[in-house]
Design a binder for this molecule. Sequence first.
Ligand code: UDX
Length: 437
Amino acid sequence: MKKIAVIGTGYVGLVTGTCFAETGNDVICVDIDKEKVDLMKNGKVPIYEPHLDVLFERNIKEGRLRFTTDIAEGIKDAEIIFLALPTPPGEDGSADLSYVLGVGADLGKLMTEYKVIVDKSTVPVGTSEKVEAAIKAHATVEFDVVSNPEFLREGFAVDDFLKPDRVVIGTNSARARKIMGELYKPFVRQGNPILFMDEKSAELTKYAANSFLATKITFMNEIANFCEIVGANVDDVRIGIGSDDRIGNRFLFPGIGFGGSCFPKDVQALVKSGKEYNYDFDIINAVLRVNDQQRLRLIDKVLNHFGDVKGKTFGLWGLAFKPDTDDIREAPALYMIEKLLAAGAKIKAYDPEAMANVKKQYDFDIEYVDNQYTAIEGADALLIATEWGAFRNPDFELIKKNLKKPKVFDGRNLFGLEEMEERGFYYESIGRRTIVG
Ligand code: UDX
C-alpha cells in the first residue's frame, strides 16, 4: 500500500486516482474547484467514462479514495504525488506549463520529507527538468521528479489503466525507480513491461506514440482518397496491408480525420518542440495539413453532389469526436457544421451523449433533436460523423421514409457497399466507390 496524492481531477487525474485506489493504495485527490470536490465527495463522477463510476463509488465507500481542495492537506502524508494538471496549447501551439510549474513551486514550499513527484500530464521534452527547478527553488528536503506518461483512450481509460500494454517510467533515480516499480507491479502481472528510461525519453515516448498513430490514420486517409480517384476499395487495401504483422491491422480505418483531446494537441506540440530545437518535422507537418483537409472531405462530397446547398437540410448523426464519449474537442463534426452553415445549409443534429456540450460551447444555428430518425425527417441527406453503435445497424426503411431522397454521406464507412446498393441508396463513403442507388 502506498500513500498517493493526485493533483488535478480532470480526466487523467480521476482515472489515475481511482485506479490506484482500486489496487489497494490510499489516494487523496486535490483540486482547486470546490464545487467539483463537493460533488466527488458525494460519490459523483464529474466526467463520462465507462466503468469509472463503479470503481469510484466502491473506493470512496471503502475509504481509499478521498478529496480535498487543500493541497497542504493532500500532500502531507503522500509518498508519491501525481501531477495531472492541464497543459493547454498556448497561442503558438506550445503546451502552457504554468499550472504544472505553479504547483511545483507550491510543493517545494510545502514538502517536509522525501517525495516522488510524477508528471502524468502530457508535457514537452524537458518539462521534468523545469518542474524539478521550480520545486528546488523552494525545497528544503530531497525529492525526485519522474515522468510517467499515460496512454489512455477515452471510453477505455479504466481498462487501459488497469491492463496497460506497457508502463513508461522516466527517472535516473534508483530510489524513485524502486517506489514506482512497486506501485505499478499489480498492473503488469500478465507480463507486460515496465519500461524504465530517462525523463526526456519518457516524455518523448508519449508524443512519438501519439504522433505515430496520428500518422498511421492520416496515411490511410490519403490512401483512401487515392482509392476514390483510381476506383480501388480502401476496405480491401486496409486488410491487404494490415495482415502484414509489421504494419498491423489496428488504427488503419480511414474517415474524416483524427480529433479528440490528444492527437491534434500532441502532434502540434511535437512540431513546436522540434522548432525550439531548430528541427523541422516534415512528416508530422504533413500529417497536420492532410488532417485539416480530411475533416472537410465529407462536406466537399456533399457540396460536389448538391452544387448549391442553400436552404437544403441535412440530418447529422454524431457530434462527439468518437463513440462512447461526450467529448467534442477537435471533433470533425464541428468543422463540418461550420462549413455547411457557411454554405447556407440547415442542420438537424443528433448525438447520444455530446449534444449538451456542443450547445453549451458553440452557438451554432442548428436544431438539436433527441432521436436519430427525427434528425433526418424531411432532410435532403443523412451525414454520419461518429461511429456510435446505434448508427451501425439502423432501420434503413425508416431512413428512406424520413429522408426526401435516400441519400447517405458516411464519414465512417459504417455500411457495406453491396447492401446499400440492394437497399437502393445513393451512398458516398470514404475511399470506396459511390453507390448511385
Ligand atoms: C488517443 C490514444 O489512443 C491514447 O493512447 C492517448 O493517450 C490519447 O489519445 P483518444 O483520443 O481517446 O486516445 O482516441 P482514439 O480512440 O485513439 O482515437 C483518436 C482519433 O483517431 C479519433 O478521432 C478517431 O476517430 C481517429 N481514428 C482512430 C481514426 O480515424 N481511424 C482509426 O483507425 C483509429
